[in-house]
Ligand binder design. Structure first.
Ligand SMILES: Cc1ncc(COP(=O)(O)O)c(C=O)c1O
Length: 363
């Protein structure tokens, strides 16, 4: 087998080796069924056990209250940009959006197709390098939407935004779901593509308050109604069975790490080390403002595009892959989600340090 390298990809992202090995074993036969996980009917007993276990683990790890449904959908987080307004917003009604990056802009664009969007805050003035401290909400928004972690710009809400009482809070948590403990009861909907913190691409996890499920219009296309999926335990049609299986393995791995509080400590330690290095570096600097920095996506630059390129080339040669930043920020981005090993962060810091020394005159 080719040696595995450190994969800093923003998503799909690296998975724990133990998860990959278990998936590999069950490709040929899930347990002793003689049928591989890819081949099991989604209506059969073997797959149902996998499905139920994944739901139960999300409920357990996230301490999800009984008045919330847990759904597995397809279409990525991007489909949720549309499904949320289609289910919660009627023409003429207003929803408030906190605009902190490209993904929240995309969510706004889809909501505008359905109703009125009020931008309660925006950090576009400084290229989304910070999380605004204040929001101006509209009189009675149907819901407030925010992106808890901005994958491209390397910023993250340190905590949930304060919003008007009794308005549902809707969160795109695609790039930080289950990276730290959260109080689900503060949310109306939490949604995330699984492919960063929770498993493979192809499955979107949704935690949604039951009264919001019930609220959706019944004349909406069947597959776009939350109730369709909630009523059938995400088995109205064929779900992404393999994705849900690997999601379940990833949740078991998270539980074995000690749950969300324990994984949060690991994530803080990994990101903390990297920011500490960047803050004392004479060559590299973090692009996100202090107080808004993401523990998941650490974005940084030298300030000289040619040097950034030289660094990226060297990193690739030395087995540190996926570090190129998004074109709207440039430079580098280290995505260090739940499954990313601490040893990879150490290897990156060693390389940054060595590169800095060999380019001392450029600093
Ligand atoms: C914060 C955030 N929201 C939404 C998306 C889009 O997710 P998907 O590709 O699952 O539609 C991404 C993808 O990177 C993301 O980082």
């Amino acid at each position: 087998m080719t040696q595995r390298i450190f994969n800093f990809s923003a998503g799909p992202a690296c998975l724990p080796e133990s998860v990959l090995r278990e998936a590999q074993e069950n490709l040929l036969s899930l347990g002793n069924t003689g049928i591989g996980i890819l081949e099991h009917s989604h209506r059969g007993k073997a797959y149902m056990a996998v499905h139920e276990e994944a739901v139960a683990l999300i409920r357990e790890l996230g301490q999800v209250p009984a008045d919330y449904d847990i759904l597995f959908l397809t279409g990525g987080a991007s489909l949720q940009f549309s499904m949320i307004p289609l289910n919660l917003l009627a023409p003429g009604e207003t929803a408030d959006y906190l605009v902190t990056g490209m993904w929240s802009q995309k969510a706004v664009a889809e909501a505008r197709r359905v109703g009125t969007v009020h931008e309660a805050c925006s950090s576009a003035d400084r290229n989304f390098s910070y999380i605004p401290a204040q929001c101006q909400f509209s009189a009675r928004p149907k819901y407030v939407h925010f992106t808890s972690n901005n994958t491209i710009f390397g910023t993250q809400f340190p905590a949930e935004p304060a919003i008007p009482a009794s308005i549902p809070l809707v969160c795109d948590a695609s790039s930080d779901i289950f990276s730290r403990p959260l109080d689900v009861s503060r949310y109306g909907i939490i949604y995330a593509g699984a492919q960063k913190n929770l498993g493979p691409s192809g499955v979107t996890v949704l935690i949604i308050r039951k009264d919001l499920v019930a609220q959706g219009p019944r004349d909406l296309a069947t597959m776009l109604q939350y109730r369709t999926h909630a009523d059938e335990n995400s088995l109205y049609n064929t779900p992404p069975t393999f994705g849900i299986y690997v999601l379940g393995l990833m949740l078991k791995w998270l539980k074995a790490q000690g749950g969300l509080a324990a994984i949060a400590r690991q994530n803080e330690a990994k990101a903390g080390k990297l920011y500490q290095f960047l803050d004392q570096s004479r060559l590299f600097r973090a692009t996100a403002e202090k107080g808004s920095r993401s523990l998941m996506n650490v974005t940084f630059v030298t300030g000289q595009p040619a040097l950034d390129d030289a660094f990226l080339k060297r990193a690739t040669r030395e087995g540190l892959d996926g570090l190129k930043g998004h074109r709207s920020v440039g430079g580098m981005r280290a995505s260090i989600y739940n499954a990313f090993p601490a040893a990879g962060v150490d290897a990156l810091i060693a390389l940054l340090s060595d590169f800095e020394q060999s380019h001392a005159s450029a600093a």
